[in-house]
Design a protein around this ligand. Structure first.
Ligand SMILES: Cc1ncc(COP(=O)(O)O)c(C=O)c1O
Length: 404
C-alpha cells in the first residue's frame, strides 16, 4: 500500500518536509510524482558518493549474496580489509587501531570510554573529565549529549552522565584552565563544527590544545563525523591543523549510506580497551564493510580529494560573487559550506525544495545549521554543471520573498 504521508505511528522527533522520495540517482532524488530534486545535502554528509553509486550498489549486492553478518565471536575477511584500509587512511593523523559501531554517537561513546580507560589504567580513579566546546555537537545518546555543549539539546533529559565540562571555542586560556591534569581524561573537538553553523577551529588554537594535551597526558580526540572523510579535501579535516590525534571518530559517510561508525586510536590509547571492555552487535559487519571499502577506495585518492577542493571553491566563489543582499557571509572548505543569510534558514529550505515555479521545476535540497545558516554538503561526485544548476536554484530562492 502506498502511503501519502508519514504515518502517525512515528514518534514526532523530526520536522519532516512534505516530500516522499522513491528513487535516487547520482546527485538527484525523485519523488512519487516524478519531480526531481538536486541534492546539496547528501543526507547530512552521508551519501558522499551520491545515490545508487554503481560501484557501491554492486559491492553491496555481491556482499549481500555472499555474507551479510557474522557475530564478533568470529572473523570475516571483508571487515578485516575495511579496518586495515581505514587505519591506513588515518595513519597520518597517528591512528593505529579501530573499533566499529553503527553511528556517530556510538563512535563518540567509544572515544569517551577509551579516554577514561586509558586514564584509569595509568592514574587510577578520579581522572575522568571530558572537556568539549560550548557550541559543539557530538550526538543524541545520553553520554554523547553530555559531551554536547548546547543547552537546547539538554532540556528535559537530565540528569546527564557526570564528568563533562565545556569551554568556549577559540579561547586557549579557558582551555588551559579546563584541562586540569589531575581530573581530565580527554578533550573532544570537531575541527569544523557542522551542526552549529560550519564554524572553524583556529589552527593555532588546535596546536595549543595539542601541546596542552600532550604535556598533561590528556587524550586529544577529534570528532570527524561530519567534517571528515574527504569532505574538506583532506581525508580528515584536522589534518590541516598540523597536529596528530590520540583518538578520531567517524560515521555518516563512512559506508556511503549503510550505517557504520568508527573510533580510532593512536599509539597512546590503541591498547586501552581490552577483551570484554566494549562491543557492538552490528558494528562494521560484512555488509557495512563492503560498502565502506568502496568509499575508502574512492575518497583516499588524492586526485579525487583535489576535485573536492576545486568544486567547493567554484561553489563558494560563485555565491560570494553574487554580492546578494540576502547573504551575509560564505565560509567553508571543500564541499562543506555555510551561508549566513539575513532571514531565517528554515523557510529557505522549504523554498528551495519547492523550486522556482511554485513546485513544477526541479527542487533543491539544502540543510540548515542554526537559525540563520544554510548548510551545503553536496555529494563528492557532483559535476560542475550540477553545481551551477544548484546555485541557480539557490539564487532564485534567495531572490523570492520568503514565504512565497
Ligand atoms: C560532529 C557530529 N558528531 C556526532 C554526530 C552524531 O552522529 P549520529 O547521528 O550518527 O549518532 C553528528 C551528527 O550530526 C555530528 O555532526
Amino acid at each position: 500500500m502506498m502511503l501519502l504521508s508519514m504515518p502517525g505511528v512515528f514518534m514526532n522527533t523530526y520536522h519532516r518536509l512534505p516530500v516522499t522520495f522513491v528513487r535516487g540517482e547520482g546527485v538527484w532524488l525523485y519523488d512519487r510524482a516524478g519531480k526531481k530534486y538536486l541534492d546539496f545535502s547528501s543526507g547530512i554528509a552521508v551519501n558522499c558518493l551520491g545515490h545508487n553509486y554503481p560501484p557501491l550498489v554492486k559491492a553491496l549486492s555481491d556482499q549481500a549474496a555472499r555474507l551479510i553478518h557474522v557475530c564478533n565471536y568470529y572473523q570475516n575477511d571483508v571487515s578485516a580489509a575495511f579496518a586495515e584500509k581505514l587505519v591506513r587512511a588515518c595513519a597520518g593523523a597517528g591512528m593505529r587501531k579501530v573499533f566499529f559501531g553503527n553511528s556517530g554517537a556510538e563512535a563518540n561513546e567509544g572515544a569517551i570510554k577509551i579516554a577514561r580507560k586509558y586514564s584509569f589504567k595509568k592514574y587510577g580513579p578520579g581522572r575522568h573529565t571530558i572537556v568539549s566546546l560550548r557550541d559543539s555537537f557530538h550526538g543524541r545518546t545520553i553520554t554523547a549529549l553530555s559531551a554536547t555543549g548546547q543547552e537546547k539539546f539538554h532540556r528535559d533529559f537530565g540528569p546527564f552522565t557526570p564528568g563533562f565540562t565545556f569551554v568556549p571555542r577559540g579561547d586557549p586560556e579557558a582551555l588551559d584552565r579546563a584541562l586540569d591534569q589531575k581530573t581530565t581524561a580527554g578533550f573532544l573537538v570537531e575541527a569544523i563544527q557542522g551542526e552549529s553553523g560550519i564554524l572553524f577551529q583556529d589552527p593555532g588554537y588546535i596546536r595549543t590544545a595539542a601541546k596542552l594535551c600532550a604535556d598533561r597526558d590528556i587524550l586529544l580526540m577529534f570528532d570527524e563525523i561530519q567534517c571528515g572523510l574527504g569532505r574538506t579535501g583532506t581525508f580528515l579535516a584536522m589534518e590541516s591543523c598540523g597536529v596528530k590525534a590520540d583518538v578520531v571518530t567517524l560515521a555518516k559517510g563512512l559506508a556511503g549510506g549503510i550505517p557504520v561508525g568508527a573510533v580510532l586510536a593512536g599509539e597512546k590509547a590503541a591498547e586501552a580497551l581490552q577483551t570484554g571492555d566494549h562491543g557492538s552487535t552490528f558494528g562494521g559487519n560484512a555488509l557495512a564493510a563492503a560498502a565502506g571499502i568502496v568509499v575508502l577506495d574512492t575518497v583516499t585518492d588524492p586526485a579525487f580529494l583535489g576535485e573536492i577542493v576545486r568544486k567547493g571553491g567554484r561553489l563558494m566563489d560563485a555565491v560570494r560573487a553574487w554580492n546578494h543582499p540576502g547573504v551575509q557571509e560564505v565560509r567553508g572548505r571543500g564541499l562543506m559550506a555555510g551561508i549566513d543569510i539575513n532571514g531565517e534558514s528554515w523557510p529557505m529550505l522549504e523554498s528551495c525544495l519547492a523550486g522556482p515555479r511554485g513546485g513544477a521545476g526541479p527542487g533543491l535540497l539544502i540543510l540548515s545549521a542554526g537559525l540563520k545558516t544554510l548548510r551545503i554538503l553536496p555529494p563528492y561526485i557532483i559535476s560542475d554543471e550540477e553545481i551551477d544548476q544548484g546555485l541557480s536554484l539557490l539564487r532564485a530562492a534567495l531572490d523570492r520573498p520568503q514565504g512565497s
